[in-house]
Design a protein around this ligand. Structure first.
Ligand SMILES: *Cc1c(COP(=O)(O)O)cnc(C)c1O
Length: 236
């Protein structure tokens, strides 16, 4: 099977999963946007997905974003990874949406970069769901995120920042957590945020392993890598 055929089949399966999950949740078809996470895969795969109708793509490393995005300027680029402030300028130049805003210093850096670049940047607050993970999760991978209690203050900073648009929330369910509990918690945070900021209505949640649970709990954007592109070879 050619790579194109493989991607076409994967995309069809993914669209079916999303549609079935929407149906089961009593949500309209088309209420969930697919963001293809293309990290570690070549730009030829990004192009192939675009040819199959994918319009939103994401990266989790600035080094990959800055290489791939200029080659596919017709796509909407999302940045979903941990972000150091010194990479904010590059991300503001190449992405339209940042899913991983989790601290004030990053808000400041992104706003300054967006102003300098003359590009509006939509920002999602990455919320920590560590409270839903196993008690020993502190020894695991630190997936980042602002504590739910600190969301209102950080949201106010983004809303007040020049050239940043407060878009909503993003989260990754902790390893070993019940994704339904974790995403229900996220839905709660999202609904409190919306009551203060009605335009901040995106919920970015759900990956290859847990997209159904995320859609049950209101995800508007699912971030799918492996289900579309296959197993990743870890980068160094
Ligand atoms: C890699 C990645 C994804 C996609 O994960 P899959 O399990 O491959 O679907 C989603 N979100 C973030 C933040 C990622 O880094």
């Amino acid at each position: 099977m050619s790579r194109e055929d493989e991607l076409r089949e994967n995309l069809r399966n993914v669209r079916e999963r999303i549609q079935a999950a929407c149906q089961a949740a009593g949500r309209p078809e088309g209420s969930v946007t697919l963001v293809a996470i293309t990290k570690t895969f070549p730009v030829s795969d990004v192009r192939a997905l675009a040819d199959l109708g994918v319009t939103e793509v994401g990266e989790n490393r600035e080094q990959e974003l800055k290489v791939k995005a200029p080659e596919c300027p017709d796509l909407v680029w999302h940045f979903v990874g941990q972000l150091q402030s010194n990479k904010a300028r590059s991300v503001a130049r190449h992405a339209q949406v940042v899913h991983s805003v989790d601290r004030l210093s990053l808000v400041t850096a992104l706003s300054k970069a967006a102003v300098d670049e003359g590009r509006v940047l939509r920002c999602l607050l990455q919320v920590s769901l560590a409270a839903y993970g196993p008690a020993d999760a502190a020894t695991g991978v630190n997936r980042g995120g602002v504590e739910p209690a600190d969301v209102p203050a950080l949201a106010a900073e983004v809303a007040a920042a020049d050239w940043l648009e407060l878009g909503g929330v993003m989260a990754v369910a902790p390893l070993g957590a019940d994704p339904d509990e974790a995403f229900a918690g996220l839905a709660d945070v999202a609904s409190r945020l919306r009551s203060e900021h009605p335009g901040a209505d995106w919920i970015s949640a759900g990956m290859t392993g847990d997209l159904e649970a995320a859609i049950r709990h209101g995800a508007t954007h699912v971030r799918l890598g492996r289900a579309l592109l296959g197993t990743r070879t870890p980068l160094g």
